[in-house]
Design a protein around this ligand. Structure first.
Ligand code: NAD
Length: 295
């Protein structure tokens, strides 16, 4: 058996086109604060800018040097919170070690938190799907892939490997909201394979290249590989050993071209949604107004 590939790249293009229909009279503007010169961040930010353009979203990059202080960054965040021209913004992670991420995230106005990392937006997700207003982008992208390929969640055994605040915990919550029976594994889990082998839906987000091998998965399962790992030989691999696992399971996301593009597409979707909500509250703005201060 060879697994069906879950094509996140094609689906992300479809989402961008869906968003484009909605941005015409909306003029959303996404600001991206980027601190320092992390090369991977530079690539991610470029991808975000590219997809924003395709979706009809203005994007503005706000760079800080790696020596910038946390106070300077928080001051900028407060400025963006109060700026009606900016409908959504993110702080690209990681930030330099002298900054404390929870303080930075806490400073963001939850209404403009299009990464969905603020405790207010994460907390609301616990209530039900109805309150997943601005969900974190990677978990939202995973759910959309499952929906698009008609993979049932309700009543299924879902196993998540990884319990980070941006992937593992929120995707566990979103699967639970959809009535899966969820097990969340992590570095302290004993006998990982005994859990993964039960999974109808297996989500892996650990940052450990090829952690999950063919002998650890259930025949016919759906496997979502969130990991993006650059090997010493330059090759990009996920956390799942694609060759052995794809021979056994029913569906699998490739790396690259699976969850990565869906994360960016979900950010775009959140940006549109945040702009819609603000316009409902405060009325429209022109593109000129939106860009005036940042040209
Ligand atoms: P993290 O480092 O914050 O968390 C890693 C998690 O994996 C922890 O819960 C840890 O306990 C668990 N873990 C580590 N080693 C393990 C092991 N041997 N067995 C079981 N669990 C183990 O990571 P993160 O931010 O959630 O990211 C995870 C991976 O996903 C990274 O490769 C990251 O680059 C990638 N990522 C990709 C996207 C995307 O858009 N595709 C988005 C976010 C993160």
């Amino acid at each position: 058996m060879t697994a069906v590939l879950l094509d996140g790249k094609a689906l992300s293009e479809k989402i961008v086109q869906e968003c484009k229909k909605e941005t015409k009279d909306l003029n959303p503007t996404l600001a991206v604060i980027i601190v320092g010169d992390n090369p991977a961040s530079a690539v991610y930010v470029r991808n975000k800018e590219r997809l924003c353009e395709k979706a009809g979203i203005q994007s503005v990059k706000i760079p800080f040097s790696k020596e910038a202080t946390q106070e300077e960054v928080i001051h900028k965040i407060e400025e963006l919170n109060n700026d009606p021209a900016i409908t959504g913004f993110i702080v690209q992670l990681p930030v330099p070690d002298h900054m404390y991420v929870p303080d930075i995230i806490r400073a963001i106005d939850p209404k403009k938190d299009v990464d969905g990392f603020h405790a207010y937006n994460l907390g609301k997700m616990f209530l039900s799907t109805e309150f997943e207003d601005l969900p974190p982008a990677t978990p939202a992208g995973i759910i959309r892939i499952l929906e698009e390929y008609n993979i049932d969640i309700e009543g299924k055994e879902a196993v998540v490997v990884g319990h980070s605040n941006i992937v593992g915990k929120p995707i566990s919550t979103m699967l639970l909201n959809r009535n899966a029976t969820v097990t969340t594994c992590h570095i302290y889990t004993q006998d990982l394979a005994s859990h993964t082998a039960r999974a109808d839906i297996l989500v892996v987000a650990t940052g450990v290249p090829n952690l999950i091998t063919g002998d650890m998965v259930k025949k016919g399962a759906t496997v979502i590989d969130v990991g993006i790992n650059r090997l010493e030989n330059g090759k990009l691999v996920g956390d799942v050993h694609f060759e052995s696992v794809s021979k056994k399971v029913g569906h699998i996301t490739p790396v690259p071209g699976g969850v990565g593009p869906m994360t960016v597409a979900s950010l775009i979707k959140n940006t549109v949604h945040a702009a819609q909500r603000q316009i409902m509250e405060h009325g429209t703005q022109s593109k000129e107004q939106a860009l005036k201060k940042y040209e």
